[in-house]
Design a protein around this ligand. Structure first.
Ligand code: GLN
Length: 280
């Protein structure tokens, strides 16, 4: 028999919430962490608030709460994050998938592409965008590209976790390892785009994420410039390039796209009315 902690689920949630007070989302984080140590779904917390945690479960919770108090991201603590309809493994080798990137998936799915389109996700990280697209469009051939070998491993594990087969995964710094004959109907990317001196990099969860996935030179556009310059060689006739970016970067990216011969250039705003995607 395992020793009981004497703490119920309701106690544990309340304790964790109070301990995380002052953080970004104490109540939400507390529930995710309690679920993680109890290996249960969120609904279980509401159904069985009087259920007792074992000693081991409560100590595990205390350890996670202590790390969260230092600012360590919840997705790294529990190794998981939801994105689109998928559950994705996460680790510090890649950025944690953001809900705002779902707009990129939605925008890609709304493009007039063939049922058998050839699609590339540049800088795939956890594989979030590539997998969300493949889950919605089983006829598309989707290739996920990342420079970091651990990211490719993670993306492959996420394909398996979500029962998605048939994607291609390639270790490559942007286009460097792609075959010159390869052509895509859509290249979609959430590249690094934060200015290297941005104070944002020293606040909250992003402190623990790989900064190589976040920053791209003084104006944040170094990688986007390279992607825009090199994409035309890898796009099929009438193919689309879709880029997520910071809300002040739309005009610069639009101008770059035009310089490189893109037409039908336009931006997409998020729910707050901010420019977050530019395509051509
Ligand atoms: N939007 C991201 C953030 O909030 C930045 C991601 C990126 O650079 N691709 O941290």
């Amino acid at each position: 028999m395992t020793a009981g902690s004497g703490k119920t689920i309701a106690d544990a949630v309340q304790w964790a919430t109070q301990s995380l007070e002052g953080g970004e989302s104490p109540a939400v984080d507390a529930r995710v962490l309690v679920c993680h140590v109890m290996d249960c779904q969120q609904s279980y917390l509401y159904t069985w608030p009087e259920k007792l945690l074992s000693d081991a479960q409560f100590s595990a919770l205390a350890e996670l709460v202590a790390k969260r108090q230092q600012g360590y991201p919840v997705a790294y603590l529990v190794g998981k994050r939801g994105f689109w309809e998928l559950e994705l493994n996460c680790n510090p080798s890649t950025l944690i998938p953001r809900p705002e990137t779902e707009l990129l998936v939605e925008t890609a799915l709304a493009l007039p592409l063939a049922e058998t389109a050839n699609v590339c996700d540049l800088g795939t990280g956890t594989g979030a965008i590539a997998l969300a697209l493949a889950s919605e469009q089983p006829g598309w051939t989707v290739t996920g590209v990342d420079r970091i070998p651990q990211a490719i491993e993670l993306a492959k594990s996420n394909a398996a976790l979500n029962g998605l087969a048939g994607l291609n995964w390639l270790e490559s710094h942007w286009f460097s390892a792609l075959h010159p004959d390869q052509h895509f109907d859509l290249i979609v990317t959430n590249p690094p785009y934060v200015e290297s001196s941005s104070p944002y990099l020293h606040e909250g969860d992003v402190r623990f994420e790989p900064h190589s996935a976040l920053t791209a030179g003084e104006d944040g556009l170094d990688d986007i410039r390279l992607i825009i310059a090199q994409s035309p060689a890898y796009l099929s006739n009438g193919g689309w390039l879709l880029i997520e970016h910071g809300y002040t970067q739309h005009q610069a990216i639009n101008a770059l796209l035009r310089e490189h011969g893109f037409t039908q250039c336009r931006g997409v705003k998020d729910l707050n009315g901010l420019d977050r995607i530019t395509m051509g």
